[in-house]
Design a protein around this ligand. Sequence first.
Ligand code: NAI
Length: 302
Amino acid sequence: MAKIDFTGRVAIVTGAGTGLGRLHAMELAKRGAKLVINDLGGTRDGVGSGDAAANKVVDEIKAMGCQAVPNYDNVATVRGGGGIVKSAIDAFGKVDILVNNAGILRDKTFNKMEEENWDAVVGVHLRGAYCVTRPAFKKMKEQGYGRIVMTTSGAGLFGNFGQSNYAAAKMGLIGLTNVIKLEGAKYNIKVNVLAPVAASRLTEDVLSPQFFEKLKPDFVTPMVLYMCSEQCQDSGMIINAALGYFSRSAVVTGPGAKLSDGKKIPTPEEIMDSWAKITSLENPKYFNQMNEMFGELGTLLA
Ligand code: NAI
């Protein structure tokens, strides 16, 4: 089995001061990567800031005899994103790997979801991925190599009561990934999406204590390492990871129902009668990009 090794690679992990991000960073460093440990250092709901979290992880990595620098920027600003990538360039001259991991939560039912809580969560997860990935992507394109990991959530993929802000942001990352995978393909930039479940401060009051105990982040991080490796040649994959169980999620399309010959406009009643066929997911298709779906529509015209 070929060993996955990051010697000579430079990696940024956002929100690496604790939880999953810290572990991703430690394991990347153990296998030779030079790390930028970004963390704003605020609370679970994104209040406050400080340098202690990032500094602690940098110290841990250095104590293992590996290389790391801290960065305390906010991923949710263009300035912060630029600063994070600059930290990598200033310290190590390049950036090969970016793990977008920083996250906060502000759960409320949609009815009570005030603008401030919507903006804060979408800001860190979705805007944050934009702000950091854009300057990193530019460098990766110039060097003809890059590996990017986005961190989504089952809350977005499948839905979760009380998390409209978080779910919307996490699904936004899938759309972003779907485009970057196409635009980065020519430059050997691969972008894949992790959907983890793990014990952390974000999940301590969501999961039962018995479940929490078992869901060690250690079970998730190996997937991130594979996604960050040269060996990973896929792009645009969404992988669920927890407890050493890994599976793919995807947006797929059912076979559908053709209710027109291309001339006659179907009636709402015909749609009602065909609802089961229209919504069937039997033998679904996966389209790698929108044009493939258009191609499928084209066959209807033939
Ligand atoms: P965590 O709260 O332990 O770690 C998140 C880190 O991000 C913290 O150190 C925090 O200071 C940092 N951070 C927050 N806002 C930031 C900002 N604006 N700029 C820079 N750093 C910032 O949480 P956990 O569980 O390790 O989460 C990591 C990622 O995984 C998040 O994106 C989360 O949404 C996602 N996730 C986690 C799941 C889980 O089961 N733990 C489930 C699904 C997704």
